[in-house]
Design a binder for this molecule. Structure first.
Ligand code: NAD
Length: 468
């Protein structure tokens, strides 16, 4: 079993202690994650602070070139990264799995390298000149989850360094190895200390959130952890971007065509086995096509191959970890007890691995956890409605507000309904289709701040207004 190292100031740092990283398909140990001590974090902050003094003043073109070179190296190592990702995360190599994720990391990195934040001249006349400058913040702490670890690492690291900051990333202890490897590759293209990786338990994340040497934390993960980070960051008034949980609703209008939308609905919900922040997590379907759409979805679901991610024929992998597996199992069991009708799935095998079948639960409503909370797994509740006003009210009856979608043939009507959903993104006839040039973020308790595009890049800067 390979024991991995931290990477601080461009050098591999050995630790005394390790934690096993498990393959969710088999339970086998994939590698040893180094358990950093608080002193390792301090060393990383010191290195990133030193590097910042140099990196921030490098020409903008050098920042852009470095990001482009990183995109190239990720692309050159795509298969190696994809296999490591599958081993620790579980997602299949194929379909919307590891190869897709690494391809996304390359696309986002390349797009972000081409963005810039030139000086804006707000006024230039007899009464003087006023310029708006964007300056890097300093050392950025990045804390990432286990569902899309490589892509999210790039969403954090690349705009941060593109804008002239330096970074310490702490990946989830469930999927740290692909991030360590990613940071090793990134370091071949950057001066030492610009990007560092410190792995360990959740306590390292707490220490980062409170660390006076870190100017901003960019966090993707659960709402509960987001709250803790905000509390810990208050002492030093850190800048924060919080991309938190979601419980996205989709509303199928009466004029939708079940056959045409079934594939988009399915993958909107089951991408990465439902372990996706902006996946479709509650589906509201008009009474007039409810039964037909349930039949179509069930037929589509039955041809999905759930299996070991390393098998080229698997289209979905296992749930990533035991805790999430138990949440999904408990939610489906409760929905069934409360009258939910399981159309497909619902009965997981005993293992090995955390395999949970693709599960569709019809005839459920609010008042059960599968609808009211984030399941973050391969189980979709399908709720019947007859008045679209009720569907909109129920879609908005959530503390979350990440994404939402509306499905129908009259696009103007679908758009009008979509704009009434309280969420940071809404899609018509698709769900969760994010792209690097469009800002993405949550409202309500799904967080604040946005990622991607120029708006996302601005989040890694402060404004300095220069009055000449
Ligand atoms: P999590 O909150 O349990 O963990 C995320 C990260 O936070 C991990 O690296 C973890 O070690 C760290 N952490 C845990 N406690 C901490 C603390 N007290 N202080 C600082 N860091 C701490 O989330 P998860 O289970 O890894 O991910 C699933 C959640 O992430 C879901 O709710 C999902 O919706 C959300 N998510 C959101 C987005 C988005 O863009 N909005 C994207 C992906 C995932």
């Amino acid at each position: 079993m390979q024991r991995w190292s931290l990477l601080i100031d461009g050098r591999r740092i050995e630790t005394d202690r390790f934690q096993d990283v498990l393959n969710p398909s088999t339970g086998a140990v994939v590698g040893g994650m180094p358990l950093a001590a608080a002193s390792d974090l301090d060393a990383a902050v010191a290195a990133a602070s030193r590097a910042f003094e140099i990196w921030k003043d490098r020409p903008d073109s050098e920042h852009a070139d470095a990001c482009r070179a990183i995109a190239d190296t990720i692309e050159q190592h795509a298969e190696e990264l994809a296999r490591l990702l599958t081993l620790e995360q579980g997602k299949p190599l194929n379909g919307l799995g590891s190869r897709f994720e690494i391809g996304g990391a390359v696309a986002w990195t390349r797009h972000t390298s081409g963005l810039s934040l030139p000086v804006e001249v707000l006024q230039d006349g007899a009464e003087g000149r006023v310029e708006l400058h964007r300056k890097p913040i300093g050392v950025v702490g990045s804390i990432t989850p286990w569902n899309w670890p490589v892509m999210i690492a790039c969403w954090h690291i690349i705009p941060a360094i593109r804008a002239g900051n330096t970074v310490i990333i702490k990946p989830s202890p469930l999927t740290p190895l692909s991030t360590i490897r990613l940071v090793e590759l990134i370091n071949e293209k950057l001066p030492p200390g610009v990007v560092n990786v410190v792995t360990g338990d959740n306590e390292i994340g707490s220490l980062m959130s409170a660390h006076p040497g870190i100017g901003k934390v960019t966090f993707t993960g659960s709402t509960a952890t987001g709250r803790k980070i905000m509390q810990n960051a208050a002492g030093s008034l850190k800048r924060l971007t919080l991309e938190l949980g979601g419980n996205d609703a989709g509303i199928v209008l009466a004029d939708a065509d079940p056959k045409k939308i079934v594939e988009g609905l399915f993958w909107g919900a089951f991408i990465n086995g439902g372990q996706t922040c902006a996946a479709l997590k509650r589906l509201y379907v008009h009474d007039s096509l409810y039964d037909e759409l349930c039949r179509e979805l069930a037929a589509y679901a039955k041809q999905i191959v759930v299996g070991d991610g390393l098998s080229e024929t698997s289209t979905l992998g296992p749930v990533q970890n035991r805790r999430q597996f138990e949440i999904v199992s408990a939610f489906v069991d409760e929905a069934r007890k409360k009258g939910g009708r399981v159309l497909v799935g619902g009965d997981p095998s005993d293992g090995p691995g955390y395999f949970y079948p693709v599960t569709l639960v019809a005839d459920v409503d609010h008042g059960c956890r599968l609808v009211d909370e984030e399941q973050f797994g391969p189980a979709l509740p399908i709720i019947r409605y007859s008045d679209v006003e009720d569907a909109i009210a129920k879609a908005n009856a959530s503390a979350m507000g990440l994404g939402g979608s509306v499905w129908g043939t009259d696009l103007a009507r679908a758009k009008a309904v979509a704009q009434r959903i309280e969420s940071g993104s809404v899609w018509i006839n698709k769900h969760g289709a994010i792209q690097p040039n469009a800002p993405f973020g949550g409202v309500k308790q799904s967080g604040f701040g946005v990622e991607f595009g120029v708006d996302g890049l601005k989040e890694f800067t402060t404004v300095q207004t220069v009055f000449v």
